[in-house]
Design a binder for this molecule. Structure first.
Ligand code: ADP
Length: 589
C-alpha cells in the first residue's frame, strides 16, 4: 500500500500548482536544509531511512470543493489506494468548507492525516479545535507557503500515516491469531466437557451396575444364609455343625465384601447420606470393642479402650458411620497383629463453644506398614502387600471407605506406623455437643427397642414372593412367632388376596412376575381410599441402594427389610409397624 498518495483541496488553482511544484522538487535540486531534517527525523529508523532519503514520488490528486474531496477520499479507499495526506483549504464557496469536509472524511477514515492551509482571516485555532476536537492528525501551514516546511510536513505526515497503517494491520493480524486461538481453546473446552459428561455417564452406569449386581448376589445369599441358619437349628453332629458354621462364616464374609463395594459405589455416586443425630461416643466404642474382642478371641490379644473424660456425653453426628470406621480399623488391627495388644482411644483435641474436635485412634503391635506404602494406603483397592490378598483376604476398599466417610463428616484420617513395630490409625472429626432437651427426646426410644415383640394375637399375614427359598425363609421366621401365613407369587395375586382377606400385614417382594411389588402396593393403596383402612406393607428388597428404598416408600409401603432377611431386623420393623398400627387402630376406635 503506497503511503505517498496525496490529495490537495483548494478552490484556487494556483495553490495546487504551488504545492505540486514544491513536492515534486523534493530531490531534484537537493535542498540541504531538508536533507538534514530528513536525516535527523529518520536516523533511528533504519528500515525507513533509505526510503525517506531517496526521492519521494508523490502521487498527487486535486479537488476544488469540499464535497468533491470527501467523495475522492472514499473512492481512493475503495480502490485500495487511500490518501495518506490531505492538504485542505478552509474557504471554498460554494458548498461545505474545509472544516466540514475534514469532519466528514474523518467520520469514515479517521487515520487520514490533514494539513490545513489557512490565511490570517480564517477560523481561529481555537475555533478549529472546537470543531474538530483535539487530534494528532492535524497540522497547519500558513499561506504563502514556506517550501521547506511544506516538504517536511508532507514527508513526516505521510510516513506517520504509513507507520500507523502498519501498526493497525499488525494489530489486526494479532487479533486474528487471538481469535483463532480462542476458537481452538473453545473446541478443547467442548471436547473436555464431552469427555467429562461421558465419564460421568460411565460412573452412573457403574453405580447402576453395582446396584444390580448386589441385587443379584443378595437374593441367592438370602437363601444361603437363611437356609443355613435353619439347618443349624436342626439336630447336627459335630462335623455337620462345623461345616455349617464354615458356610455361615463364608457367606457373611461375602456379604461384607458386597457391602464394601456398595458403600464405595454409593459414596462415589454421591449417594451416601451422613446423619446428624445425638449419640454417646462411649456406647459406640464399647460396642466396637465388644465385637472386636469377640472376633479376636483365639488370638489372645489384649483389647482395651480409653475415652477422654472431657468428651461430652451427647454429641451430634453419625454413630453408624463412626462405628463403621472404628470396626474397620479394629478388624484390620486384629488381622495384622499376631501378639501384643490393640487399643482404642478417643481424645478431645479441641473444644470451642459447643464444637468439639474428637480424635479416634486404634493402636496395634502388629506387622506395621512401610513408610512407602503408608502414602497411598487410604486409596481405593490399595493393599500394602499384594500377598495380603492371598493371606488375609480383603478388597483393599476398607480404608478408602474410612477416608471417604471421614471426609463426608468434615474430618480426616491418617496413619503412623513402623515396620515390625505396629501401627496407629487415626480419624479426626468435628462433633457438636447436644443441648440438654435434645438428649431427653432421644432417650426413651432406646430402652424399648431392645425388648423384642410379642405380637398381640395369632396374626394372618401375606407373603408375596416368587422365590421358593425366600418364601421358606420368611415362612419359618414368621411361623416361629405363631403367625398364620398365606403365600402368593405375583403382585396381581397379592392384590386379589388382600381383597378377600383381612391381613395384619404384607411382606411384599419387589421383583415379581406379572405385576411388581410397587404396582401391587399402589393398587392396594388406591382401593383403600374407599375403605379408609391402612394395611401395613413391608417391602422385601435386595437392593441396598438408597433410591430403591425411597421408591418403596414412594409407592406407599410403610417400611422395608433388606434381603437376605435378618430375623432381628424383620422383627424390629414388624414390631414398629404392626404393633403401632394396631395400637393406633384400637386407640382411634
Ligand atoms: P483390606 O480389605 O484389604 O483389609 P483395607 O483398605 O482395610 O483393605 O486395608 C488396606 C491394606 O492396608 C491392607 O491390605 C494392609 O496391607 C494394610 N493395613 C491396614 N491396616 C493395617 C494394620 N493395622 N497393620 C498393618 N497393615 C494394615
Amino acid at each position: 500500500m503506497g503511503h505517498n498518495h496525496i490529495l490537495i483541496v483548494d478552490d484556487n488553482e494556483s495553490i495546487h500548482e504551488d504545492i505540486e511544484t514544491i513536492l515534486s522538487n523534493s530531490s531534484g535540486d537537493s535542498d540541504p536544509e531538508l536533507q538534514q531534517i530528513e536525516d535527523d527525523l529518520f536516523s533511528d529508523m533504519s528500515e525507513h531511512k533509505e526510503e525517506a532519503v531517496a526521492q519521494v514520488d508523490y502521487e498527487i490528486d486535486h479537488a476544488y470543493q469540499g464535497e468533491e474531496a470527501v467523495d475522492m477520499v472514499a473512492e481512493a479507499q475503495e480502490k485500495n489506494n487511500p490518501y495518506s495526506l490531505v492538504f485542505m483549504d478552509i474557504r471554498m464557496p460554494p458548498g461545505i468548507d474545509g472544516i466540514q469536509a475534514i469532519k466528514k472524511i474523518w467520520e469514515n477514515y479517521p487515520y487520514t492525516e490533514v494539513v490545513i492551509c489557512t490565511a490570517y482571516s480564517d477560523y481561529s485555532l481555537d475555533e478549529i479545535i472546537q470543531n474538530l476536537g483535539t487530534t494528532d492528525k492535524l497540522l497547519f501551514i500558513k499561506k504563502p507557503f514556506d517550501a521547506t516546511a511544506l516538504k517536511q510536513m508532507a514527508l513526516t505526515q505521510t510516513t506517520k500515516w504509513q507507520l500507523q497503517q502498519e501498526t493497525i494491520s499488525y494489530t489486526e493480524k494479532l487479533e486474528e491469531k487471538v481469535n483463532e486461538r480462542t476458537k481452538q481453546l473453545n473446541k478443547s473446552v467442548e471436547k473436555y466437557k464431552k469427555m467429562k459428561e461421558k465419564a460421568e455417564e460411565a460412573s452412573a452406569t457403574k453405580s447402576i451396575f453395582l446396584a444390580n449386581m448386589s441385587h443379584e448376589i443378595r437374593t441367592p445369599m438370602n437363601g444361603v444364609i437363611g437356609m443355613n441358619d435353619l439347618l443349624m437349628e436342626t439336630d447336627l453332629d459335630e462335623e455337620q455343625k462345623e461345616l455349617s458354621q464354615l458356610v455361615k462364616r463364608s457367606a457373611e464374609s461375602l456379604l461384607r465384601v458386597i457391602n464394601d463395594i456398595l458403600d464405595f459405589s454409593k459414596i462415589e455416586a454421591g449417594k451416601m447420606e451422613i446423619e446428624k443425630i445425638p449419640f454417646n461416643i462411649r456406647d459406640v466404642v464399647k460396642e466396637v470393642v465388644e465385637i472386636i474382642t469377640f472376633s479376636s478371641d483365639e488370638k489372645g490379644l489384649d483389647i482395651s479402650y480409653t475415652v477422654d473424660d472431657d468428651i461430652p456425653q451427647k454429641l451430634l453426628g453419625d454413630p453408624t458411620r463412626l462405628r463403621q470406621i472404628l470396626l474397620n480399623y479394629g478388624s484390620n488391627a486384629v488381622k495384622f497383629t499376631e501378639e501384643g495388644y490393640v487399643s482404642f482411644n478417643v481424645e478431645l483435641i479441641k473444644s470451642e463453644a459447643k464444637e468439639n474436635l474428637v480424635q479416634f485412634s486404634v493402636v496395634d503391635t502388629g506387622t506395621g506398614i512401610s513408610e512407602e506404602k503408608q502414602t497411598d494406603i487410604f486409596g481405593s483397592f490399595s493393599q500394602a502387600d499384594s500377598s495380603t490378598t492371598r493371606k488375609f483376604g480383603g478388597t483393599g476398599l476398607g480404608l478408602a471407605i474410612c477416608r471417604q466417610l471421614a471426609e463426608l463428616m468434615d474430618g480426616e484420617v491418617g496413619v503412623e506406623s513402623e515396620l515390625g513395630e505396629g501401627s496407629t490409625f487415626y480419624c479426626t472429626v468435628p462433633l457438636q455437643e447436644v443441648e440438654d432437651q435434645q438428649e431427653d427426646e432421644e432417650a426413651p426410644d432406646k430402652e424399648d427397642s431392645d425388648e423384642l415383640s410379642i405380637f398381640p394375637e395369632e396374626l394372618h399375614v401375606l407373603v408375596a414372593e416368587d422365590n421358593k427359598i425366600n418364601q421358606m425363609v420368611a415362612t419359618k421366621i414368621l411361623e416361629k412367632e405363631g403367625m398364620n401365613i398365606d403365600i402368593v407369587e405375583t403382585g396381581r395375586e397379592a392384590v386379589d388376596a388382600v381383597d378377600k382377606k383381612d391381613y395384619a400385614f404384607v411382606l411384599m417382594d419387589i421383583q415379581m412376575p406379572e405385576m411388581d411389588g410397587y404396582e401391587a402396593t399402589e393398587k392396594i393403596r388406591e382401593k383403600e381410599k374407599e375403605t379408609g383402612n391402612h394395611l401395613p406393607i413391608i417391602a422385601l428388597t435386595a437392593s441396598a441402594m438408597e433410591e430403591d428404598r425411597q421408591l418403596c416408600l414412594d409407592a406407599g409401603m410403610d417400611d422395608y427389610v433388606p434381603k437376605p432377611i435378618d430375623k432381628q431386623e424383620l422383627m424390629r420393623v414388624l414390631k414398629e409397624i404392626v404393633v403401632n398400627n394396631s395400637n393406633h387402630r384400637i386407640s382411634s376406635n
